[in-house]
Design a protein around this ligand. Structure first.
Ligand code: ZN
Length: 289
């Protein structure tokens, strides 16, 4: 063989091998193992971000999944006070809650972020939806500006107005292909779709309120709540139309006692204990209900 042909073969051999694999259905016979090995080309699913967070805990999809969202992160520090930043405090709380839930077992857990990274607001409920979560809790710490005396936790759910508005918008957007809570929307008229989404949304709102109630009940005498402990607001992070969601303002970073408590190991353990208990009771009622 001339040198030129040998060089051509060196270049062509891998190409011919790959072409051959395609021609034979990507199957490589491995006789001594008695079976064929199939090469799979793993491609990310269309429309799915490749960086969905890992689901921790039992790898059994019948187990309920709670998505914990530590607010802010990365270039967005959130509120700050007394040298502390909201993004750090809420990450500490989120991790404490994750660990408590995993230690007790039986529940699957995912965090929207487990480090100091920036996520846009809409990504957070979107993660819960894509993971098909059963419950979503976004953790924050409030600021009262110069008024350092204001303290205590409060729990936000999506206001009814914002909720049906979100439902209508969701219905319009997702009309063509998607479904909510098993209600297939494709092929249905826009009016019917809106009604189906609203019914689903009403149930989700009830469940969100129930979870918020359980947090206040389980936290009584343990966590310090703001005088107005339950609130409703139009919060983008709560706009997942089919995942019950609450936003937990853990306290005021502008209040030195609140900030110190929330940043301490005891404060984190207290929080994790109460919220984990509320989550367990919530899921127990759902399965019974
Ligand atoms: Zn915040």
């Amino acid at each position: 063989m001339s040198l030129r042909i040998q060089l051509w073969l060196i270049f062509l051999a891998p190409i011919l091998l790959i072409a051959g694999l395609f021609a034979f259905g990507l199957t490589i016979p491995v006789p001594h193992l008695g079976r064929d090995y199939v090469i799979r080309l793993i491609l990310p699913d269309a429309g799915q971000p490749v960086d969905l967070p890992e689901v921790l805990g039992p790898q059994d999809k019948t187990r309920p999944l709670v998505v914990i969202d530590a607010g802010h992160g990365g270039k967005d520090p959130g509120a700050s006070g007394g040298g502390r930043r909201e993004k750090d405090i809420v990450l500490g709380l989120a991790i404490a809650l994750r660990d408590e839930l995993l230690e007790q077992g039986g529940v699957r857990v995912a965090l929207t972020r487990d480090d100091d990274r920036f996520l846009i607001l809409e990504e957070r409920p979107a993660i819960a939806r894509r993971l098909d979560a059963d419950l979503f809790i976004s953790i924050h710490a409030d600021s009262a500006g110069e008024i350092s005396g204001v303290r205590g936790a409060s729990i936000y759910t999506l206001s009814d107005e914002a909720s049906s508005e979100a439902a209508a918008r969701f219905a319009a957007r997702e009309n063509a292909a998607d479904g909510v809570n098993g209600a297939v929307l494709s092929g249905k008229s826009e009016d019917v779709s809106t009604i189906l989404v609203e019914l689903s949304q009403r149930k989700v709102q009830e469940n969100s309120a129930e979870f918020a109630r359980l947090i206040t009940r389980e936290g009584r005498g343990v966590l310090r709540f703001h005088p107005q402990q339950r609130r409703a607001a139009e919060l983008a992070v709560l706009r997942a139309p089919d995942v019950p969601a609450v936003l937990y303002e853990s306290g005021y970073i502008t209040n030195p006692q609140d900030a110190a408590r929330l940043a301490s190991e005891e404060g984190q353990a207290e929080f994790a204990d109460v919220i984990a208990r509320a989550i367990r009771i919530y899921f127990a009622r759902q399965t019974r209900g």
